[in-house]
Ligand binder design. Structure first.
Ligand SMILES: *Cc1c(COP(=O)(O)O)cnc(C)c1O
Length: 344
């Protein structure tokens, strides 16, 4: 087991967190004159629950993770930022990513003035185990970010390799599972009981179709969760978000149906794309996007935008590749039609 307290920034360890009116009074009451709110009920005049207890209870049920091991934030981007703020001393501590990967880890490190070590993924886009291991003797190395399934490559990392790293590393291993619901692989949340330095990130922004409400989840040992709760803005998840999330999370069947539809479109798009001469390679995907290598990717990108179709140009980080999100059946058909026009 890792000594979590020894990883926490000293100022955070010594911090007396902000205590809101809603934190201080525990019990039931009918007259609330403690928070300088407007008393006229319009459904939103009260501050939201700072610890989102109802929502966490539902997420706990869905994910089979106890509520004390759940942190909720304004998108998983907030959890990423809070991990830096809680565990990395600026200009001293370090973190590591394996590229190409999601851009926010680097941005968050830069904002927090934390040095990011960037290692390349292997040629088939798996974890560079030995390279990572060679960093373990550095006492300032605090966070490893592993994105699985990875954005933008689409593949999942090897579960056993991730767990090996978790068991050998003396800092936190953060596994970003933003795309886990599109994957056959099992979430690492089932391993939380065995490792107190494992942090799993998930989000409602992708499979759940709720990018607009901004709700991200971090699952970890309660000591890690407590650190995030100590430093978060008190009301980081607003009332509207909590209400909409609860309502949407009630209907798991509808969610599964949508995910299935996206997955069958992914299969269709892959089959159809592979017939095109411009398409050199379609990378295996466990996510709701395909990373596709094109002959003259930039020209394809430009031709598509001229038809009002926007894909993501990833040719700088993955040579010759565009990242294509799986759209509705109609959208995918439209995309294929435009690509076919480029063949002649
Ligand atoms: C889209 C995405 C997220 C989502 O972030 P939110 O702030 O929850 O919307 C997180 N991680 C990765 C790798 C992503 O691609």
């Amino acid at each position: 087991m890792v000594d979590i307290q020894s990883l926490v920034r000293k100022n955070v360890r010594n911090l007396k967190p902000y205590s809101s009116a809603r934190d201080e009074f525990k019990g039931s009451a009918s007259v609330w004159l403690d928070a300088n709110e407007n008393p006229n009920n319009n459904g939103l005049n009260r501050y939201p629950d700072p610890l989102q207890k109802k929502l966490k209870a539902r997420i706990s049920e869905l994910k089979n993770v106890p509520t004390e091991n759940i942190f909720l934030g304004n998108g998983s981007d907030e959890a990423i930022d809070l991990l830096f703020r809680g565990f990395c001393e600026p200009r001293k501590d370090k973190a590591v990513i394996c590229s190409p990967t999601y851009g926010m880890y680097q941005v968050s490190a830069d904002i927090n003035d934390v040095e990011m070590v960037e290692l390349p993924l292997t040629l088939d886009w798996h974890l560079p185990l030995e390279h990572l291991r060679s960093l373990f003797s550095d006492d300032y190395m605090k966070l490893i970010f592993i994105c699985s399934p990875n954005n933008p490559t689409g593949n999942s990392m090897n579960r056993q390799e991730i767990l090996t790293l978790v068991s050998e590393f003396n800092g936190l291993v953060v596994v970003d599972e933003a795309y886990i619901d599109f994957s056959e692989t099992e979430s690492l949340t089932s391993e939380l009981g065995k490792f107190n330095n494992l942090v799993v990130l998930q989000t409602l922004s992708k499979a759940w179709g709720l990018a607009g409400i901004r709700l991200g989840m971090a699952f970890a040992n309660s000591e890690v969760i407590d650190v995030l709760n100590r430093i978060k803005p008190p009301y980081n998840v607003n009332q509207l978000t909590q209400e909409v999330a609860l309502k949407e999370l009630a209907d798991e069947a509808a969610f599964k149906k949508e995910v299935d539809a996206i997955l069958s479109e992914r299969t269709r798009l892959k089959t159809e794309l592979s017939k095109l001469k411009r398409v050199e390679k379609i990378h295996p995907s466990d996510a709701n996007f395909l990373l596709v290598k094109f002959v003259k990717a930039k020209a394809v990108y430009k031709a598509l935008t001229e038809q009002g179709i926007v894909v993501r140009d990833r040719s700088k980080v993955a040579y010759g590749c565009l990242r294509i999100t799986i759209g509705t059946s109609e959208e995918n058909t439209q995309l294929l039609a435009e690509l076919k026009k480029l063949e002649s």
